[in-house]
Design a protein around this ligand. Structure first.
Ligand code: ADP
Ligand code: MG
Length: 248
């Protein structure tokens, strides 16, 4: 183990390749990618469709393994772990947010957020307490009993973020988290991500939209399975404009 864990990059990919084989056809979705994420980074990954963004996120998220190369997560080589051990690392370190929210429809916000802890075997009282806190943290403390269809898209995505937060991850991985949201609601979600970032959570998100990438502190562009560019920037503060009087 490293003497000073805070100096070990949170995420380090070393020459990671991912090749998909179907029959005789091979697709190199990632080609010798070197990629490091430091504690507290807020990274936006951009690139056209088919460039390898989701493949990269699946590997970062321990949902898939590289064909070759190394993945060090908090200094631990996770590239050769089996499914069970990957699941343990995933539950301990990572939180996921998806474009389509992936909430259970006939289930309250509170129960949706409790779900990951149910799988982790936490007692009911603690599950409920932690789910409530997570929903309060995303500004939904007054909507614990609402079902997804009673919530706006932005509120549903905030429930999904609360569900990601409840297992106290080091990193949140989000694939197109604002892809189904209007621009105002997207800014709300990005404001929440910036707040989590200030609280010390590391964020990696995929987006097609340059405006959304502007809220991150670092933009990585992927093309044909390679990193084309990687630059740091001053993030734009995500400020939701007040609603027009006439509109309310
Ligand atoms: P992006 O998310 O940037 O659109 P992907 O990572 O989904 O790109 O895909 C990168 C490349 O890998 C594409 O050419 C895609 O067709 C291919 N690919 C992705 N997943 C699979 C798979 N499971 N089997 C075969 N090819 C795949
Ligand atoms: Mg994709």
């Amino acid at each position: 183990m490293n003497e000073n864990p805070e100096q070990t990059p949170l995420i380090a990919l070393r020459s990671v390749s991912k090749i998909y084989r179907s029959g005789d056809v091979e697709v190199a979705a990632l080609r010798s990618v070197d990629f490091t994420v430091e504690h507290g980074d807020f990274v936006a990954i951009m690139g056209s469709s088919g460039s390898g963004k989701s493949t990269l996120m699946n590997i970062l998220g321990c949902l898939d393994r590289p064909t070759s190369g190394q993945y060090l997560l908090e200094g631990q080589d996770v590239s050769r772990l089996d499914r069970n051990d990957l699941a343990i690392v995933r539950n301990r370190t990572l939180g996921f947010v998806f474009q389509s929210f992936n909430l259970l429809a006939r289930t309250s916000a509170l129960e949706n957020v409790e779900l990951p802890m149910l799988y982790a075997g936490l007692p009911a009282r603690e599950r409920r307490q932690r789910a409530r806190e997570a929903l309060e943290r995303v500004g939904l403390g007054a909507r614990l009993d609402h079902h997804p269809r009673q919530l706006s898209g932005g509120q549903q995505q905030r429930v999904a973020i609360a569900r990601a937060l409840v297992s106290r991850p080091r990193v949140i991985l989000a694939d197109e988290p604002t892809g189904n949201l209007d621009s105002r609601t997207s800014v709300e979600v990005m404001a929440l991500f910036q707040e989590l970032r200030r609280e010390g959570i590391t964020l990696v998100l995929v987006t097609h939209e340059p405006d959304i990438a502007g809220y991150a502190g670092r933009v990585v562009v992927v093309k044909d399975g390679r990193i084309l560019s990687d630059r740091r920037q001053q993030p734009v503060p995500a400020e939701v404009p007040p609603l027009e009087e006439a509109a309310s």
